[in-house]
Design a protein around this ligand. Structure first.
Ligand SMILES: *Cc1c(COP(=O)(O)O)cnc(C)c1O
Length: 424
């Protein structure tokens, strides 16, 4: 599509946008009585207006039925999480029995590594990206220590080349091949939280399997943002959070995926809890753990119904909008933003902004990370004054995510105008 740098053009894109009406289904934070330009859906997605009613329904069940709510209500709590499996499977490209909404992201990383990282004297290394999200780094290092190993000898990081901000698929695959027979697990962020780069997950999975290693992804910034086909890619395991693109509230419930060949393998070692036990025998309180033959077999604790209720409200919107439509609009929004940055740079002798997110559509979702070469802090403060909510990373990166469910092309245009006026 050829873009134009005018308000009228942005508004005409909004008029043609079949997803535009979803904006009114969310609460948009206000600034001086007007909608903010909310570009931090990659950090905390906005609240669906239906969330309160979904919570209220379960509060009512609790009020009227007490403990019987587990069995007797319209949505018996015992089965509540099952309603989320199909919509979640649609978002990550999985079969319903390969996914379950449970627990928190970092906890789930540990639970999945408990199953997939079982180092031996021959095979003990973990391959990940340099500067992974801190929680992921802590999780990997502490897993090594848990096995009595030194993280420095276990964790192999793939770094960007020279001055580059992103890593290449070639370098990831070469690293996997180099450490091949010693590699136990390849675990990477499918969409890098800092640069916004999407990794070639199918190629990486294939390379990991070729050396006999397991392959997993942290999809915190990918779930609900880009097209995922975890089952077809043969990815072994993955996890994500629901409070970023999936709009399910601060600290909202996480989700896990295990390929069905693992999910249905009840003899796979795991950290077990009673909620992972088959429902038929769960309440017999027997000593023997009989896991579900599905991702549900990795559940540990009593399902948090209030978190699940918010998640259900949000996932209904994803079902209505359709993941493919969302992916397409998300890319268009970020393409438009990248176009506007090029226009701004063209007004000056030297570029003022370096976009570190890849330009290629297949290598990004809706996030755009901008290295501010001039007046970075000044621009960021002006954005705040004008009601833009964006994210600042030291030393000088502004990350923004125009998300397809509630952001508009006009939001993107107005954002560009604020930056242009400060640089003038
Ligand atoms: C947001 C994010 C987390 C946060 O983990 P929590 O356990 O939900 O606090 C971890 N890893 C990545 C890559 C993230 O983007």
């Amino acid at each position: 599509m050829t873009f134009k740098n005018t308000l009228l053009f942005a508004q005409s894109l909004d008029q043609q946008d079949k997803l535009a009406h979803f904006r009114s289904r969310f609460f948009i934070p206000q600034h001086n009585g007007q909608d903010t330009i909310y570009f931090t859906g990659n950090s905390l997605g906005l609240q669906p207006k239906t969330a309160a009613a979904f919570i209220q329904q379960e509060l009512d069940t609790w009020a009227t039925l007490g403990v019987e709510g587990w069995f007797e209500s319209t949505n018996p709590w015992l089965h509540y999480h099952e309603q989320l499996a199909q919509p979640l499977a649609n978002i990550v490209g999985a079969l319903p029995h390969e996914v379950v909404a449970m627990s928190q992201l970092t906890v789930n990383i540990h639970l999945l590594l408990a199953t997939f990282y079982r180092p031996t004297s021959e095979r003990f290394k973990i391959i990940c990206e340099a500067k992974a999200f801190p929680s992921d780094q802590y999780a990997l290092a502490s897993q090594a220590q848990l096995h009595g190993l030194n993280p420095k000898e276990i964790i192999v990081e793939v770094k960007p080349r020279h001055e580059a901000q992103t890593i290449t698929t070639e370098d990831i695959i070469t690293t996997i091949e180099q450490h091949g027979p010693q590699t136990a697990v390849v675990f990477l962020g499918g969409l890098n939280y800092y640069s916004g780069q999407v990794l070639d997950m199918p190629a990486i999975t294939e390379a990991a399997h070729a050396v006999g290693a397991y392959c997993g992804f942290d999809l915190a910034h990918a779930a609900g943002n880009i097209e995922l086909k975890l089952h077809d890619w043969q990815t072994d395991f993955a996890c994500w959070c629901s409070y970023k693109y999936l709009n399910s509230g601060p600290g909202g419930i996480s989700g896990i995926y295990l390929h069905e060949k693992h999910a249905t393998n009840t003899s796979l070692p795991r950290l077990a809890g009673w909620w992972g036990n088959e429902k038929s025998s769960r309440f017999q309180m027997t000593a023997e753990f009989r896991p579900y033959a599905s991702a549900e077999g990795w559940q540990l604790s009593t399902a948090p119904i209030i978190s699940l209720a918010i998640h259900k409200a949000s996932l209904q919107l994803f079902e209505e909008a359709g993941m493919q439509n969302l992916v397409k609009k998300g890319r268009q929004l970020s393409s438009y933003l990248q176009f506007l940055v090029r226009e701004i740079n063209a007004l000056h002798d030297k570029p003022a902004i370096q976009v570190i997110t890849p330009a290629a559509e297949t290598e990004r979702g809706c996030q755009v990370s901008m290295l501010m070469l001039r007046k970075g802090r000044e621009i960021f403060e002006a954005l705040i004054r004008k009601g833009v909510i964006a994210d600042w990373r030291e030393p000088n990166v502004i990350r923004v995510a125009p998300v397809p469910l509630y952001n508009s092309f006009e939001d993107v245009y107005r954002f560009g105008e604020i930056i242009r006026s400060i640089l003038d």
